[in-house]
Ligand binder design. Sequence first.
Ligand code: ADP
Ligand code: AMP
Length: 223
Amino acid sequence: MPAIINNIADALHLQSQTRAFDSKVTVIFVLGGPGAGKGTQCARLVEDFGFCHLSAGDLLRAEQHREGSEYGQLIQTCIKEGSIVPMEVTVKLLENAMKVALQEQRSGDGWTDGQGRFLIDGFPRKLDQAEKFEHDVGKATAVLFFSTTEEVMLERLLERGKTSGREDDNVESIKKRFNTYKEQSMPVIENYEKLGKVIEIDSSFSIEKVHQQTKSAVANLLS
Ligand code: ADP
Ligand code: AMP
């Protein structure tokens, strides 16, 4: 083989070696504004297809409350302010959670012979996170994008806030979260749109109707 081919082959090999997970692991990013219904639909998809659902927000809240965490205060401030937690923290939490899920050696569709299937919910929320994850952890197969209006999201979040106990389900934090979403997270979705990876679902309808559309889109993706 000519030297140049050798070098390209080496480079490609090295590139794939730097990722924690190979192509046997299916990763679907789940995006949309706060309150769009990401978590609700992910729970349904777990039932339908045996996904492991990892919510970046849930992982961050768990880390915030973990005794001895050096990031507790930082995470709390970011969540209250609706701002983005530094990617080093978020990507590491996701990578660790994926490793644990794969080590569990689950059974069923998508989990045999070293395979795995993940819904990564609320991530990536910023372009640098997307790049870091795809470089260090694994490639995204697709992006599920739940779209609806701010009015709908606000109403849902305020309703959720009556029982969620979350520090950010209040009008002041919600406005900041909407801004972060528009300024930092929409460019991520636009970027994946250019790559033809986005499946957009209008999540303004009932949970059941949104679920039917989502289920059929994901079934197509996995077939
Ligand atoms: P996200 O994960 O995108 O922040 P959630 O799934 O937590 O959003 O949904 C926010 C709130 O709206 C929850 O209280 C949920 O029960 C409710 N909800 C989700 N989807 C719908 C829907 N299609 N119609 C009405 N309420 C919904
Ligand atoms: P969520 O539970 O998805 O509504 O997220 C709640 C908050 O957690 C966000 O407003 C951010 O402060 C933080 N957060 C969630 N996901 C991410 C992420 N991918 N990157 C950085 N911060 C995040």
